[in-house]
Design a protein around this ligand. Structure first.
Ligand code: ADP
Ligand code: G6P
Length: 479
């Protein structure tokens, strides 16, 4: 397997001329590391730096301890600015999350995106060996398939889209909408997180490539347009359930005990996010404040731990959000704290996995309120960590995870501050029998549909598509 993603699981920072390595953060890395660690293979991705010969040793030795190799793609700071900060994160990211007003359209970004995708394609081509399964990941690399085809690459290439795909009415704002859709059609299999994303993608194909023909292909769809054929399917990404379900290390137990001690019998609410405006962190804090306003009896009985990991800090919106979050937390704490009670504890840093498990276990409520999210793995991690079958998940109805966890979570519209407060109140007052009933259902879903199931289904469908001629497809009703 050759995994291709913008980010390698390790990011190198160059600080004052010194190189430091840190684990990369985010759902994509969380999902893919267990897969490639188990299966072996190669991972092609960006190091975070320009070319640096000092890195060669670090990257070359990776295979010996991790069972897979790293193949770096280097980018200069101007490439990073236009390809990563620009096209990927100031056009596609906001637009695909339905936040069109945050987009900064710039044709220089588009050119850099094309070139950047070409760079990744070149790197894949240089290591590909007969029979390798090339699996491209996420929105930074939508053009890699097309670029590989232009270089004469004839083998299977699949793509998984980790973020939402917007409705055609939102997608149409993109000046390069047709080029992008047509490029995606060069992949053999295209995977989305939810049925909603599949529907939106198909609707955009019909709108912007009107000669597209769509038929059923097993449980997937077969799409044909301008001589290109791809299958499209829904594959909700997941986590390594067993890893989060396991007892954890002494650090896990010590963290859970320290939080319980700090809480002193109060109910603990936890929020864990990359610092991103799509995560609805401000809305969640306002919801928490509304609870304190509406239910004065809850004051002193509940405390929130909001953990954010710094993300995309070169982009002004992200810098501004950090300030807004910190101001709001300080306002709420200033308004409500009493001696011995701090309503919100705030951490702005990466927390190691075993410590994070301690937070999940000590929490009474996980409050997860993205305005829109491809999946949201934190929701699944919280459930997997709750081997005691207790705890309440309050989850945005606009997270992909809501499609799978809606049977046990309290679903909420993250734009509705009163509803967040009401859900928090229901969670606070939910008895253990009800918590257990709900948590059991969610845990069973995550246990069955873990990340290995995700990868197997995707890879299996790629093989099936390779084996079966597209003519086996039956026409889609009403098409
Ligand atoms: P996204 O993919 O947008 O980053 P997800 O919720 O799917 O959102 O995945 C986030 C991942 O990052 C999860 O695996 C979560 O545990 C991890 N994470 C989030 N915040 C932190 C933090 N402060 N420290 C360590 N890991 C974090
Ligand atoms: C989301 C995206 C990933 C990305 C991650 C972290 O999960 O789907 O592709 O890697 O966020 O963002 P970053 O910009 O730090 O890679």
């Amino acid at each position: 397997m050759i995994l291709v993603s913008n980010r390698l699981p390790v990011t190198i920072d160059s600080i004052d001329g010194n190189l430091t390595a840190r684990p990369s953060a985010g759902g994509l890395v969380t999902a893919l590391v267990p897969i490639i660690r188990e299966q072996g293979g190669s991972w092609v991705g960006f190091t975070g730096t320009d070319y640096d010969s000092r890195l060669t040793g670090v990257l070359n030795n990776w295979h010996a301890t991790h069972n897979y190799s790293l193949h770096p793609v280097y980018m200069s700071s101007s490439e990073r600015e236009c390809f990563y900060n620009g096209f990927s994160n100031q056009i596609i990211w906001p637009l695909f999350h339905g936040l069109a007003s945050r987009c900064h359209y710039d044709s220089a970004y588009w050119h850099s995106y094309r070139n950047g995708n070409g760079k990744f394609a070149q790197s894949v081509q240089s290591i590909w060996k007969n029979g390798d399964f090339v699996w491209v990941q996420d929105y930074h690399l939508m053009l890699v398939g097309e670029s590989l085809r232009r270089r004469g690459f004839r083998n299977r290439i699949s793509y998984f889209h980790h973020i939402p795909f917007p409705t055609p009415d939102v997608f149409e704002a993109l000046p390069w909408r047709t080029e992008l859709l047509f490029a995606l059609m060069h992949y053999d299999v295209i995977g989305f997180q939810t049925l909603r994303d599949v529907r939106n993608f198909v609707a955009s194909l019909w709108r912007f490539l009107p000669d597209t023909r769509i038929t059923h292909f097993g449980k997937n769809l077969l799409v044909e347009t301008r001589g290109l054929t791809a299958t499209i399917g829904c594959y909700p990404v997941s986590i390594d359930f067993a890893e989060f379900n396991a007892a954890g290390s002494p650090v896990t137990r010590a963290t859970a005990a320290a939080i319980a001690k700090e809480a002193g019998g109060m109910k603990v609410v936890v929020g864990v996010d990359r610092l991103d405006y799509t995560k609805g962190i401000l809305q969640r804090l306002r919801g928490f404040r509304r609870l304190l306003e509406m239910h004065p009896e809850s004051r002193g009985t509940i405390t929130m731990f909001q953990i954010v990991i710094p993300s995309r800090e070169d982009i002004p919106e992200y810098k501004q959000l950090k300030i807004s979050i910190e101001m709001l937390i300080s306002e709420i704490n200033g308004e409500y704290s009493t001696p011995g009670w701090t309503p919100i504890h705030y951490f702005h840093r990466s927390v190691p996995r075993d410590e994070l498990l301690g937070y999940y276990r000590a929490a009474h409520i996980a409050l997860i309120t993205p305005l829109r999210d491809g999946m949201n793995l934190v929701a699944k991690e919280f459930c997997a960590a709750r081997a005691d079958d207790l705890g309440v998940l309050v989850l945005s109805e606009f997270a992909g995870a809501a499609e799978e966890l809606g049977n046990g979570a309290l679903l909420v519209n993250p734009n509705d501050i009163d509803a967040i407060a009401a859900c928090l109140y229901s969670a606070l007052t939910m008895n253990e029998a009800e918590q257990e009933r709900r948590m059991k259902m969610m845990r069973s879903t995550v246990r069955t549909n873990d990340v290995f199931h995700w990868a197997r289904s995707f890879a299996g469908d790629t093989v099936a598509f390779a084996a079966e001629p597209p003519l086996a497809a039956s026409r889609m009703a009403g098409d």
